[in-house]
Design a protein around this ligand. Structure first.
Ligand code: ADP
Length: 324
């Protein structure tokens, strides 16, 4: 459905996207995960034909985006990081306007509008001016304008950014409802969002895809290793002693937490009780021994720290094009 081949993007003399090869199949919901500045918005803007790559090609449904941008845009719905809303219009007026911009005639708009209002939970505010809406509702209007023309592909740039927890749950449910009708690519820097919404994850770091796969595939690349955060009281000396004991039990250090100085360790998860016992028996004051919340988080941290990307399992490589 979407395929990019060796895509690069340069701003002035700075390269922000490097050799991006990605493919998205019809019906997938794919999450683009990366810290701020990783290149998510740039990638999505290129896919939405709003920005030209400096090199490489983008094909949507087999159509080259550079050669036929209008054709590609007709297949796409795009929610930018700041939705392009007109405050003085009512929700209904704005959606009719957005539909007309995409070439919808009056009859099609009349049929489609109630559907869109229903899909995005906007029926009750259809007559309301956009300026009076809360951030959560404005975001729904942003989604509604992206889907009004029933595009095959939906590209959502940080759809949950700035939403409160209740609004996040509502947005998540809306995205789930939209999945049947559209292939979806969404970006976020929030890991739990991706875990709960997407089939497949692309981790972007410094303009490159640093890891990709389903949550299960990515987790399995860690080979069942466990990650644990250990905090001992008593400053550097106590920390050094704790680290030596942990290393003696087969754990390896993965850095220290910036604020608390807690040690991030990697090793066999089954060894956590033995580690706790060893620290206490050595007279250390153990404040915390906490298995890390998710393997995916660990991969994300590795990627964000710029550690070498985890190897793709053999089964995942066949979908990738081999460059000659
Ligand atoms: P993300 O969406 O992951 O936060 P962006 O794609 O917005 O990342 O930005 C990637 C990098 O490109 C950042 O370092 C950003 O500062 C830079 N950048 C983005 N837009 C421009 C621009 N128009 N001109 C110059 N640099 C830009």
């Amino acid at each position: 459905m979407i395929r990019t081949t060796h895509v690069f993007k340069q701003y002035a003399d700075r390269e922000v996207i490097r050799d991006l090869d990605l493919h998205i199949e019809q019906g997938e919901c794919v999450g683009l995960l990366g810290e701020n500045g990783a290149g998510k918005t740039t990638t999505l803007r290129m896919l939405a034909c709003l920005l030209l790559p400096s090199a490489g090609s983008i094909r949507v449904n087999g159509v080259d985006a550079e050669e036929h941008p209008e054709q590609v845009r007709a297949e796409l719905g795009y929610l930018p990081d700041t939705p392009p809303l007109y405050d003085e219009m009512s929700v209904g007026e704005y959606l009719r306007f957005a539909g007309k911009l995409r070439g919808m005639d009056a009859a099609r708009l009349k049929r489609r509008l109630p559907e869109v209002l229903d899909q995005t939970g906007l029926e009750d505010v259809a007559e309301q001016r956009i300026s009076t809406l809360s951030h959560g509702y404005r975001q729904r209007v942003g989604i509604a304008q992206a889907v009004v023309h029933e595009p095959a592909i939906l590209i959502l740039d940080e759809p949950i950014n700035g939403l409160d927890p209740v609004q996040i749950v509502e947005m998540r449910e809306m995205i789930r409802r939209l999945r049947g009708a559209h292939t979806i690519l969404l970006s976020t820097h929030i890991l739990t969002e991706i875990e709960q919404t997407c089939d497949r994850i692309l981790m972007l770091h410094d303009g490159r895809i640093a890891a990709e796969g389903t949550e299960q595939e990515l987790s399995s690349r860690l080979g069942g290793r466990g990650f644990v955060r250990v905090e001992v009281r008593g400053g550097d000396e106590a920390r050094a002693k704790a680290l030596a004991l942990a290393e003696g039990l087969g754990f390896s250090a993965h850095g220290a937490h910036a604020q608390t100085g807690a040690l991030d360790l990697e090793g066999d998860a089954a060894g956590h009780p033995a580690l706790a016992r060893a620290l206490i028996e050595a007279g250390l004051e153990l404040a915390r021994l906490e298995p890390r919340s998710s393997d995916l988080e660990e991969i994300f941290l590795q990627v964000s720290r710029g550690d070498p990307p985890v190897e793709a399992p053999e089964s995942a490589t066949d979908a990738k094009e081999v460059s000659s």
